[in-house]
Design a protein around this ligand. Sequence first.
Ligand code: C2E
Ligand code: CA
Ligand code: CA
Length: 637
Amino acid sequence: MRGTVLAAIPVNMLLGLASILVAYRSGHGALGAAWFAASTCVNLLRIVLCRIPCLGLALTADMTPSLAATAARSVDRHLRVCTLAAFLSGLVWACQPLLSAGYTSPETLFYLTITCGVTAGAVTHGIAYARIPIAFIALPLLSVSVCLTYAGDFDRNCLAACVVLYLVALTHTAFRSQAVFREASRLKNEAHALARSRAEAHASASALVDEMRWRATHDDLTGLLNRAGFLQAAESRLHSGTLSLLLLDLDGFKFVNDVYGHKAGDRVLVEVARRLRDALPENGLAARLGGDEFAVLYDPATSGLAHDVMAANFITAVAHPFDGFDAGRLGVSIGVHAGPEPSLTEMLSCADEALYAAKAGGRNRFRVFDAGLREGLQMRRDLERDLSQALVENAPRVWFQPIYAADGHTLVGLEALIRWEHPRLGWIAPPDLIAAAAMAGLTESLLRYILEQVCAMLEILRSRGLDGVRVAMNVSPREMAQVPVDEIVIERLGLLDLPPTMLEIEITEETALDIGAVQGKLQALSRAGIRITLDDFGIGYSSLSSLRQLKADRIKIDRSFVTGLGTCDDKRGLVLAVLGLGRLLGLDVVAEGVESVDDLHILQAMGCPFLQGYYLGRPMPVEAMEDTLLVTRIAAA
Ligand code: C2E
Ligand code: CA
Ligand code: CA
């Protein structure tokens, strides 16, 4: 409304100005000036009214209802005052007949035209609020009509009637325009509100997207990058220089978690992350890849820090005591990869290889990936690549090593040991073969493959009536945890109709580390009549509890305590202790690694019930074993 009034007033003033000019020319200069002065005063009043603040115009959506009602009332009041001012302005224009002797002077045409123009203009402009233009036009047009009627002739009477009609038409138009304006305003307000709410929705959606993006690339606990975020960020920097990659793995973290609880473990991780960040060169990347494993990528050239200095810095940073923990418990091992590599994946596996070597060397060490490690890595990769084809071609063979009773002559069992001569790399150490199978995802295939050959040996033994000879098959902790060993073995024996009592499974203490995953399987094997032997006994750290948890029927003393028994009192003490333990708990004891006649005699003197070793018999292929069976005294079933 204010806008339309303010737009109409200059036109109003211009027409007023033209009126006094005409009045002056027709000899009514003084009257014209007085009229114009009155008109100007009212117009000024109207301008002021349109400019003064109005509480209602500050109306916002979040006003309290009572404040909103007050605001609405103030708008009503303001409109009424403005309508009154328009009426006053109309009153001034209604006085125009004074300048033209009641529309009878020769200037009548001019004044009539001006009045029609100003009233039409008021309605065309005043679309927002109809009452104001109507208040303005009513008096001038009525005064025209009255004066014309009063002047009396037919033409003028007709014109007077037309002016009344004109007034009615303008009034109608004013209300129509107001309705259209209100509808348009409503639509505009709605559109604004919609745009505002869409903008708000967009803002909150973008905030959510940002948050999700952050979570997808960062570790919640430490705020460092997570694996995905690290790979992404590292990939984009790979070609910007020769970068060094450090993989860090905490030493002793499991101890903190086990002894002090997971909350304390989390605090350690957060603190380690903080120390890494502090020691990190500018533009370096630090990430928590998972568990207690961290990664750092940086450019030694721009930071001026060589990778060995950097690794030593991290080791020192982590070595500082942590609040509330025994100093020196925690440490970090670091694998470093420096120099160009074709891809990030390659850098990671090289650094991982170095980390593995660092860990094997002890705590708080770093190892830089070098030619030696590259050779080892390459060999493992060749193994992984070639193993599945080798299994198809039946290249790996299971050999058997005899196990004897205390006399050293009576055969009581065999241990199945895998052998593979790689066409290029030569004989592969069984632990390397097992590890390669794990890396190649062939753990279960290899287990089934070995079981097949073990079962073939069981069939040979049974066919010769040698049911008393048991065959021991090694099952690694990983195989035990990841493969349904119990189901596979029991099903296979059942299918071939082989007695489970002829089979023995050798496991190591490490199997107990994931006791939840293996206990059920061991129980099932045990229930089926298959014996469980705890291998490499004596080199672990929790032997007694493992014995109970793993349901072992037998223990096999590790060969490091057996070989050279005669030359070392410590070994003798340990073997005696294990033999005593076996008697006490009712467990069979096997000594492996009998390499000399001395070893044999000492073990016999100690009363060791079962013996295995190169002195008594080396591992041999099936055919050689079959020959041996022909010439050996065999234990009765
Ligand atoms: P293990 O279970 O302790 O097997 C005994 C190892 O000692 C065998 O080495 C055997 O050849 C060797 N050995 C036997 N008597 C003597 C001796 O008098 N002196 C010396 N110095 N060594 C002797 P091998 O065959 O190289 O196997 C090494 C390890 O690889 C095994 O240790 C076992 O942990 C693993 N392994 C071997 N075959 C298999 C298999 O089929 N499956 C799984 N999961 N692991 C296997
Ligand atoms: Ca074994
Ligand atoms: Ca062993």
